[in-house]
Design a protein around this ligand. Structure first.
Ligand code: GLN
Length: 201
């Protein structure tokens, strides 16, 4: 069976494990370099990107993760996970030491600002069957700029932030500003699981 890991250093790990299991794959928490080698795909959860990076450094996971992503391990990052997958981060003053990288984009942390720290909306995502999906944003980043290797597949549809890019794909790498693991709507996880199955076939 396809096995997908969730980086389990900090954040909403359990919710992702649950959503992956519901999508019909074997889901397992990943904390060690040896475990990264065992999975067919990896989810980087929502949480606090600075904390995840710090812990990844402490556990000597930064290089192994970068290498595996570089070798083609399919990855999906939600919210903080999106920040970790960005090749470039605009941290708005508070520096982020390093990310894992992998997606040719510039991500701005906490971009939606204080007034709208958290909001929800229905979002169309290219390639995800049955969209719109309900998207929950919590102190979310947005994608400031997408480079030529990546493709914007979802944008905010209305309000003052209309048009902001919030979902990106680059080959077998996927990132969303929002948290599909929190809504019980399994379509984004199903989409990622299909990516992983195709990549490992
Ligand atoms: N604001 C967080 C960060 O910068 C992300 C928030 C989230 O994952 N819900 O890492």
């Amino acid at each position: 069976m396809t096995r997908i890991g969730v980086l389990a250093l900090q954040g909403d790990v359990r919710e992702h494990l649950h959503a992956l299991t519901a999508a019909g794959v074997e889901a397992q928490p990943v904390r060690r370099a040896g475990e990264i080698a065992e999975v067919d795909g990896l989810v980087l959860p929502g949480g606090e990107s600075t904390t995840i990076v710090k812990l990844a450094r402490l556990f000597d996971l930064i290089e192994p993760l970068r290498e595996r992503i570089d070798e083609g391990l399919p990855v999906f990052g939600s919210c903080a996970g999106m920040i970790l997958l960005a090749d470039r981060v605009d941290a708005g003053g508070s520096p982020l030491e390093a990310t894992f990288g992998g997606i040719d984009m510039t991500v701005r942390r906490n971009a939606f600002g204080r007034q709208v720290d958290s909001f929800e909306e229905d979002l169309e995502i290219d390639g995800v069957a049955g969209t719109p999906v309900r998207a929950v944003f919590i102190r979310a980043p947005w994608v400031q700029e997408v480079g030529p290797r990546a493709t914007a597949i979802g944008r905010v549809s209305g309000g003052e932030h209309a048009g902001r890019i919030v979902a990106v794909r680059q080959g077998d790498r996927l990132a969303t500003s929002f948290h599909p693991e929190l809504t019980g709507d399994g379509r984004v996880h199903a989409y990622f699981c299909d990516m992983v199955r195709l990549a490992t076939r």
